[in-house]
Design a protein around this ligand. Structure first.
Ligand code: SF4
Length: 331
């Protein structure tokens, strides 16, 4: 784990629940428990991957960090300041250094605007660049950085391929000189070969600019190359966290083992190691009692149906499973 004092982002006990309203009076009859007790940190120049199936709450965590959602509890410390307690002006200033790249570049680009204007938009808002000529020079430099021809800056988004559009979104994020970028399923819509190119680009930019990434994905196989640490989420909670190499070599939580066993490209000798998870993900509005994973866990015990496991410290990380409780860890 990174040292808390060195963290650029430190999330502590984050809880974001959405009320479920019914009836004429729109009474609150329950909550979608999108994220509960989520804690992690990211050091400068490092990448944390937040991984889990669709609906596990990982995107809610990303949006909560960017203050696009209203968490009910917790702290989101970015560069030492709690974003959740900042006034609108201070939050806007902090947001300059905290950018997001979404899954669908076409949806996040304006089809009627030239890409030069979309990349320069944030620079205008935050007063970057003395004049138009300086901003144009910076747009050209950014396009080169993401390996696009600067002569294409007067084109529109539909004149580019999906992978090129994602490069434009990355250039737009870089335009305001961020320290941390939240990549929310940023390569999920792309072909495998294009995915690899974008991952390469992200890694190179990290090396050149010292960026930090929160890389949100449902696909554990794409994070090995990019992430220094991985946090696995299930039904709104982080169930395992640790350095990427350890997590891939010695997954502690049964859910992580099942996710790894489902990756086709993983070492064939390891594929049969974990039985597959059973059935569908339960509703986050009515998570099962005890360990939320017990309805699908191939090694669930009687105790798991009654008691919720806390996070146990393990060698190289943490795991929310009774089997990780020292000294009786069953690996
Ligand atoms: Fe499975 Fe029990 Fe561990 Fe939950 S606590 S993951 S149900 S063994």
């Amino acid at each position: 784990m990174s040292d808390a004092n060195e963290s650029i982002l430190r999330v502590e006990g984050l809880r974001t629940w959405y009320p479920i309203r019914r009836g004429l009076l729109r009474r609150v009859v329950g909550h979608v428990q999108a994220a509960t007790d989520v804690s992690f940190e990211i050091a400068p120049g490092r990448t944390l991957a937040l991984v889990g199936e669709s609906g596990c709450g990982k995107s809610t965590v990303g949006r909560s960090i960017l203050c696009l959602e209203n968490p009910q509890e917790g702290r989101v410390e970015f560069e030492g300041r709690d974003l959740l307690s900042l006034d609108a002006t201070s939050l806007r200033a902090a947001r300059q250094r905290l950018q997001i790249v979404f899954q669908d570049p076409m949806a996040s680009l304006d089809p009627r605007m030239r890409i030069r204007d979309q990349i320069a938009e944030g620079m205008h808002s935050f007063g970057i660049g003395a004049d138009e000529a300086e901003r144009t020079a910076r747009v050209a430099e950014l396009l080169e950085r993401v390996q696009l021809d600067p002569r294409t800056m007067d084109r529109y988004p539909n004149e580019f391929s999906g992978g090129q559009r994602q490069r434009i979104c990355i250039a737009r994020a870089l335009a305001v000189e961020p320290r941390l970028i939240v990549c929310d399923e940023s390569v999920s819509a792309l072909d495998v070969s294009i995915q690899a190119q974008i991952l390469n680009l992200l890694r190179r930019l990290q090396e050149e600019l010292g960026l930090s990434y929160l890389f949100i994905t449902h696909d554990l196989s794409v994070v090995r190359y990019l992430a220094h640490e991985v946090a696995v989420m299930y039904l709104g909670r982080i169930v395992e966290r640790g350095p990427t190499e350890r997590l891939f070599a010695h997954p502690a939580h049964p859910y992580t083992r099942a996710l790894l066993a489902a990756i086709p490209s993983i070492d064939p000798a390891r594929r049969g190691e974990a039985p597959p998870v059973l059935g569908d993900v339960p509703s986050p509005s009515r998570p099962p009692p005890g360990c939320h994973f017990h309805t699908r866990c191939p090694v669930a015990m009687e105790r798991c149906r009654r008691e919720a496991p806390p996070m146990f410290a393990i060698e190289g990380g943490e795991s929310r499973c009774f089997l990780s409780e020292a000294p009786g860890r069953a690996d």
